[in-house]
Design a binder for this molecule. Structure first.
Ligand code: ZN
Ligand code: FE
Length: 764
């Protein structure tokens, strides 16, 4: 007598080889029935012997396909209907595609074995993939996810590939990007070898030679082009810096394998897990060898492992074991991903181009992550993570959140899920702004959301390009959310905590405040559901000259030091501030081109200037990173005073102590360390008072300053003594890459903000 059950599986279970896996598992246990892709995941009906059913469920739980992520398995008893075979049924069509598009996946071990097996049809074929691995988001042109809606549509499958693609027992069953060297695209080396020179092998070998000889190679990858060169060839790296106009910002590295990666950086067990995770991000870790050209003055390196078959082939063909692999662009433009554009924009940078014929549907940069004091942190969320859902949002109405202007990402909340786009970049670059517009169109059309049903949410800053763009989208209802409330809400959204009342701390570089001044040292009390009230902040300073102050630590210093009595003359030794400081200082009392600010980011810049960073920065956050690394070299020291008085954190005694110790000739590492400890101690004192008066036990930390791991370490030890738990970002970045998620969360609860001098009526 046959038993029967129906099983629902939810999570990331589509486009990851789940149905063929179920098919094989059912056959192995002599079960009949069917499997199909349904609205909310996978549905399975099984009939057969009781022992077979039990074995099936056990294996389903124990060994799902590697790229799947099961959120829930629901097994119910049902009546047998008397089917005699197991079939994969065609998908149910819903009203809206809630099918999740899988992020791109690294090449799997089965495919790697075939790649290097001379007897295999796909021996050395750079586009080998299967249902467990390969491109997804970077090849999808539309939903449902089927071959005609991918960038593989122009390569009809040959007989062999068709047989695999249509065989439910094959691991390439319905692998949409499947191809082989007989029927699929190839790589060729421009300008040396052409696509009709036969196969990819010769081109890849020549490309490896270019790298060995110290040349710069543009390589088409999964979500864009990279610029590659031999990381251990200082002349090659210097040439790349020079041609790319990238002065000091560290380059990412690709190590041939984990053993080589281990020679480069200190890998904790957690860092190794991150490095080898399905997202294959660039992982930041302490350097074990000096590569001064790669990361000048930086004692961390960013390393990733090969993730496409092509990368493995390049190394196998003799490319140097450690390659610089940096996004192909000039300075901070977005990464090039279209062949013509790459050839044009990278002419003069790359010596050769290794061009793959498979088009890239959309730009997806490498992700950047690290294992920090409070767990994994994503600093740039793109390939391998996007467009995965990061949170369930209790909203029926679709929400589109446009993020901030720096490190922009957007979030589309639809059918209760928040999908965060890949990192888009800084919108003041025209190319990035175009990418921002394209990503909006892309996500909205992918999920078939109508513009008139959307709730639009943007930053409170009236002059943000993203805010201005909101008005052009023709969406009837749009609102603003204050930048630092969005930072705090992003952490709570990741955790699905809507009603929990917390203390929210946002230490950040910049953001438009309720009062029109530049915020960035804010402490709130509240919840996502009820909104956040600002209860404390950094003592207000002055920012002279607006945006330029963010690029020049001494200029930021002018508006802070003007308030500190007894500060020594910073124009003379040991400070030697440049002339720019005087010009900025002149602006302060005149109140021209100045803004009030409570930015902790600028406070760090001021301290960096006092300790010796007096030049212009060449990338965002450079002075603060410099100060953190300086402090790491020092023993634990007594904190400088950073007192919490009348709901304000007073920076005056803190900066005075830094300046005085510098005059006394104290070691700058120790000064930097005492400054960090002062910030942590001061914040902790403030949290102690606030937690007491509001009876709260949880602190949320978000904003760009919390990318500072030393500060987090110090804070963590302090907070443990206060018995306060600290929550930080893990799924989206603590920098402005996480803003769009926070905006969407607050919008779901109708928690909006209105710019200074406007009330709700005026806004309409
Ligand atoms: Zn595979
Ligand atoms: Fe921010």
């Amino acid at each position: 007598m046959a038993s029967a059950c129906s099983i629902r599986v939810r999570g990331v279970v589509q486009g990851v080889g789940f149905r063929p896996f179920v098919y094989r598992l059912a056959c192995a246990n002599t079960l009949s029935g069917w499997v199909l892709n349904a609205e909310e995941g996978i549905e399975i009906h099984l009939e057969g012997a009781e022992t077979g059913l039990e074995a099936f469920v056990r294996d389903l739980r124990a060994q799902p396909p590697p790229a799947a992520s099961i959120a829930e398995i629901d097994v119910r008893r049902t009546e047998p209907v008397g089917v005699h075979e197991f079939t994969i049924r065609s998908s149910q069509q819903g009203e809206r595609p809630t099918v999740r598009i899988s992020p791109d996946l690294p090449v799997c071990n089965d495919c790697l074995r075939e790649l290097f097996d001379p007897s295999n049809r796909r021996y050395l074929y750079p586009y080998i993939n299967c249902t467990n691995c390969g491109p997804r988001y970077s090849v999808v042109l539309g939903l449902p996810y089927d071959r005609p809606k991918t960038t593989m549509k122009d390569w009809p499958l040959d007989e062999h590939c068709t047989a695999e693609y249509t065989n439910p027992g094959d691991r390439r069953f319905h692998a949409q990007p499947v191809a082989c060297s007989a029927c699929g695209p190839n790589y060729y080396l421009h300008p040396h070898l052409h696509s009709n020179d036969g196969g990819s092998g010769g081109s890849i070998r020549r490309a490896a030679e270019v790298l060995r000889a110290g040349g710069i190679l543009a390589v088409k990858g999964l979500g864009g082009y990279h610029l590659a060169c031999d990381a251990r060839n200082p002349a090659a790296v210097a040439a790349l810096r020079d041609r790319k106009y990238r002065k000091e910002k560290p380059f990412a590295l690709m190590a041939k394998d984990i053993a080589v990666a281990r020679t480069l950086v200190e890998l904790s067990a957690d860092s190794q897990l991150l490095l080898t995770s399905a997202a294959r991000p660039i992982v930041l870790a302490p350097a074990r060898i000096g590569l001064p050209e790669v990361a000048p003055g930086n004692n961390e390196l960013g390393v990733m492992l090969p993730y496409t078959p092509l990368h493995h082939l390049l190394f196998a063909a003799g490319a140097p074991e450690i390659l610089v692999m940096t996004s192909a662009n000039r300075s901070s433009e977005p990464i090039a991903y279209e062949d013509d554009d790459a050839l044009q924009r990278l002419a003069g940078i790359a010596d050769s181009f290794l061009i793959g014929q498979r088009p890239i549907a959309r730009r997806v940069d490498d992700s950047v992550a690290r294992v920090g004091a409070c767990g994994p942190v994503i600093l740039r969320r793109a390939r391998g993570y996007a467009p995965g859902a990061v949170a369930s949002l209790p909203t029926v109405r679709p929400i589109l959140a446009l993020g901030a202007d720096l490190k922009n990402s957007i979030t589309l909340a639809v059918d209760g899920q928040a999908f965060v786009s890949q990192h888009i970049g800084d919108l003041d670059h025209y190319q990035s702004f175009r990418a921002f517009q394209e990503t909006i169109e892309d996500l909205v059309s992918m999920y078939e959301v109508r513009w008139d049903e959307l709730l639009l949410v943007c930053d409170l800053h009236p002059q943000y390009l993203s805010t201005c763009h909101a008005a052009t989208l023709g969406v009837p209802e749009s609102h603003a959310v204050q930048h630092h409330r969005a930072h705090v809400a992003s952490v709570l959204a990741e955790r699905g905590e809507w009603t929990k009342r917390v203390i929210g701390v946002s230490f950040d570089g910049t953001g438009y405040g309720d009062d029109g001044s530049i915020w960035g040292g804010e402490i709130f009390v509240g919840s996502v559901q009820d909104g956040f009230e600002r209860v404390a902040h950094l003592r207000r300073a002055v920012l002279a000259g607006g945006d330029a102050a963010a690029k020049n630590p001494v200029q930021a210093a002018a508006g802070f030091l003007a308030q500190v009595d007894g500060i020594p003359d910073v124009l003379s030794s040991p400070f030697d501030f440049p002339e720019r400081y005087c010009h900025a200082l002149e602006l302060v009392p005149k109140d021209v081109r100045t803004f009030g600010t409570t930015s902790v980011g600028r406070l760090f810049d001021t301290a960096a200037a006092l300790v010796g960073f007096t030049r212009e920065i060449t990338f965002e956050g450079q002075a603060a990173i410099w100060l953190e690394q300086l402090a790491r070299g020092a023993p634990l020291t007594e904190p400088y005073p950073f007192s919490f008085v009348d709901d304000e954190l007073d920076f005056r005694p803190l900066l005075l102590a830094v300046a005085q110790d510098r005059v006394r000739g104290r070691n700058v590492r120790e000064i930097a360390r005492a400054f960090h400890r002062g910030i942590a101690q001061g914040l902790c004192d403030a949290l102690h008072v606030i937690a007491g008066s509001y009876a709260l036990d949880t602190v949320v930390l978000s904003g760009g300053v919390f990318q500072n791991e030393l500060l987090l370490e110090d804070l963590k030890s302090h907070l443990a003594q206060e018995s306060l738990q600290a929550w930080t970002n893990h799924a989206v970045p603590p920098n402005d890459g996480g803003i769009s998620l926070g905006q969407a969360a607050l919008a779901a609860f109708g928690r909006f903000d209105v710019p200074a001098g406007m009330n709700h009526d005026q806004k309409k």
